[in-house]
Design a protein. Structure first.
Length: 281
């Protein structure tokens, strides 16, 4: 079985979306984790640095983070002003239901993932407008009047339309001051993701990038918060799960993702997803 040091899935979404308005008055230490849904985070106050797939984002009030499903991340919250934020979990199926061929509502997540920067930073008076959009969703979610569900759906859809327009209009190259990253470790992770179906030992990775085993293992853990082995295991599981969702046979999905031992894959999958591949499908 996977041990407790493996990267954990956090949160379950059994509805189209869910909004949280959260406030913490002390420093927080959380583990690296991922979700099977997309997530928006609007920072309202506090000092927090979000770590997403090796990049670090020191957030400012009214910054919006777009955390795509399966991205490994965690917030590091400093002591000081209360850490207040609004968090919107969104099911990819909900976005697909209201999308059109020329208007994919999940496109804002895909675009930020492709650019490799998961932050949208509103400027000037635009900052208050984004807060109002999130607050509209919050108010609609609490509404118990006529067509309350339809009203809430409409507010979430308006937020997604506005966000897609804003992200699409933003420069391709993000402000370098808005995030920090280690270029060499990013090269390593790109290599890992391109070769998941192959043997990926520490020796192979260190040799490919002319690094010592010691430096690679310790620097990777420092940047990503998990070991190289844990990262590879998690990405292989995610790739296999996506393939199974597309009706790829389970054995082929496991092999294509780099699992040479089917029994190891089954144990790892059950530990990560709480059920067997066929039950999960």
């Amino acid at each position: 079985m996977l041990d407790r040091s493996e990267i954990g899935k956090r949160g379950y979404l059994n509805e189209p979306y869910r909004l949280f308005h959260l406030r913490d008055d002390r420093a927080l230490t959380l583990d690296h984790h991922y979700h099977e849904f997309d997530k928006l985070v609007l920072l309202l106050g506090g000092r927090v640095t979000y770590h997403i797939e090796g990049k670090r984002y020191p957030l400012q009030p009214m910054d919006i983070l777009l955390v795509s499903r399966n991205l490994i991340h965690l917030p590091v919250v400093e002591a000081g002003p209360a850490y207040e934020r609004m968090v919107l979990w969104i099911d990819r199926g909900f976005m697909a239901r209201f999308s059109a061929p020329e208007a994919d509502l999940s496109g804002c997540f895909s675009l930020t993932a492709r650019r490799g920067v998961h932050l949208y930073r509103p400027r000037g008076e635009d900052r208050t407008r984004w807060r109002a959009l999130f607050e509209r969703v919050e108010s609609a979610a609490k509404d118990g009047g006529f067509a309350a569900g339809l009203l809430a759906d409409t507010c979430v859809l308006q937020l997604l339309v506005e966000l897609n327009r804003a992200v699409s209009a933003a420069p391709e190259e993000a402000d370098p001051a808005s995030y920090r990253f280690d270029p060499k470790m990013e090269e390593v992770t790109r290599y890992i993701l391109a070769h998941l179906g192959e043997e990926l030992s520490i020796d192979r990775l260190a040799g490919a990038f002319f690094l010592s085993r010691y430096y690679l293992m310790h620097r990777f853990k420092e940047v990503y918060g998990c070991s190289v082995h844990q990262y590879i295991r998690q990405k292989r599981l995610q790739q296999a799960a996506e393939a199974i969702r597309r009706d790829v046979p389970v054995l082929k999905a496991a092999e294509d993702a780099g699992f040479g031992d089917y029994s190891v894959f089954l144990r790892a999958f059950r530990a990560a997803y709480g059920k067997s591949p066929r039950e999960w499908k």
